[in-house]
Design a protein around this ligand. Structure first.
Ligand code: KIV
Ligand code: NA
Length: 264
C-alpha cells in the first residue's frame, strides 16, 4: 500500500474519514501501531515525560529525540512519521526552525515535523513549507508554553474562540498541512474544523475534529495515576506488566524459573 502521504490526509478530510494518530517513541510500539493501521505516528516531545522522566516537555533536546524518531521511522512501513520540534529548537527564527527540522529529516528519516504556536509561528511555517518540509501546527493549549499559559487550561473559551479560529486560519494560510487542537471546547474545534480545508487533529477538543491523537501510554493504560479527562484507556498494560514482573520474580525466588525447557 505504500506510505501514507499528506495528500491522503487531505483525501480523508474530503471523504469524511476520521483517523487516529498515536505517539510512539520506540521500535516495538511503532511496529505494532503500524500493523494496526494507525496512519500517522507522532514522536512527541512528550517523550520528555514518557521516556526520559522529566516533569515537563521543556528540558528534552533535539539530540535526545533524534534516536527515538529513527527507531520509529525504521520500524514502520506505512505510517507517516511526524517529529515534534522540542522547546528552544525553532522559536528563535525561521532559519533555526529549518535547520532543526532538516536534522530530523536527514538524521532520523522523519516525514514531517510539528511545532507549537499560532500567528507568531507563521514565518517558521512558511519557511518549512517553502523548503519542502511538511509541517503540522499545534494550537490551543501548547505544553511548551505552560508557564506562560498558567498551567494546563482549556484555551479558546467564550470570546477567545474567534481568536483561535483566526489563529487556525493563519497557520493554514502559512502552509501547515494539518493542525493539532489541544484542550479546546468542542464547539470551537468544530467551527475551526468546518472553516479549514486542512485536517484538524483533536486532543481534548471533542468529536468534530477530522482526527484524534492520544499519547500511547495513556491510551493503553501503561501510566498509572490520574488521567486527563480527554483520555480513554483501551487497555490496562500497567496492571499486566506489574503482574508479569511479580510473577517472574516469584518464579525466580521459588526456583520455578528457569525450568528444564529453558536450560541448555
Ligand atoms: O508531544 C505530544 O505527545 C503531542 C501530542 C499529544 C499532540 O504534542
Ligand atoms: Na508535543
Amino acid at each position: 500500500a505504500g506510505r501514507v502521504r499528506i495528500r491522503h490526509l487531505q483525501d480523508y478530510k474530503q471523504q469524511g474519514f476520521k483517523w487516529a494518530m498515536l505517539t510512539s517513541y520506540d521500535q516495538l510500539s511503532a511496529g505494532i501501531f503500524d500493523e494496526a493501521g494507525i496512519p500517522v505516528l507522532l514522536v512527541g516531545d512528550s517523550a520528555a515525560n514518557n521516556v526520559y522522566g522529566y516533569e515537563t516537555t521543556l528540558p528534552v533536546t533535539v539530540d535526545e529525540l533524534i534516536p527515538l524518531v529513527r527507531a520509529v521511522t525504521g520500524s514502520t512501513r506505512r505510517a507517516l512519521v511526524v517529529a515534534d520540534l522540542p522547546f528552544g529548537s525553532y522559536q528563535e527564527s525561521p532559519e533555526q526552525c529549518f535547520a532543526t527540522s532538516a536534522r530530523f529529516m536527514k538524521e532520523a528519516g522523519a516525514h514531517a515535523v510539528k511545532l507549537e504556536g499560532g500567528t507568531e509561528m507563521v514565518p517558521q511555517i512558511e519557511k518549512l513549507a517553502s523548503g519542502g518540509i511538511p509541517v503540522m501546527a499545534h494550537i490551543g493549549f501548547t505544553p511548551q508554553a505552560e508557564h506562560q499559559l498558567g498551567g494546563y487550561r482549556v484555551q479558546g473559551r467564550g470570546d477567545a474562540a474567534q481568536e483561535l479560529l483566526e489563529t487556525a486560519r493563519a497557520v493554514e494560510a502559512a502552509g501547515a498541512f494539518a493542525v493539532v487542537l489541544e484542550m479546546v471546547p468542542g464547539e470551537a474545534a468544530a467551527a475551526i474544523t468546518e472553516a479549514l480545508s486542512i485536517p484538524t487533529i483533536g486532543i481534548g477538543a471533542g468529536a468534530d475534529c477530522d482526527a484524534q491523537v492520544l499519547v500511547w501510554q495513556d491510551m493503553a493504560g501503561l501510566r498509572g495515576g490520574r488521567m486527563p479527562r480527554f483520555v480513554k484507556q483501551y487497555a490496562d498494560l500497567r496492571t499486566s506488566l506489574l503482574d508479569a514482573a511479580r510473577a517472574y520474580a516469584s518464579d525466580v525466588e521459588s526456583g520455578t524459573f528457569p525450568a528444564a525447557e529453558h536450560t541448555f
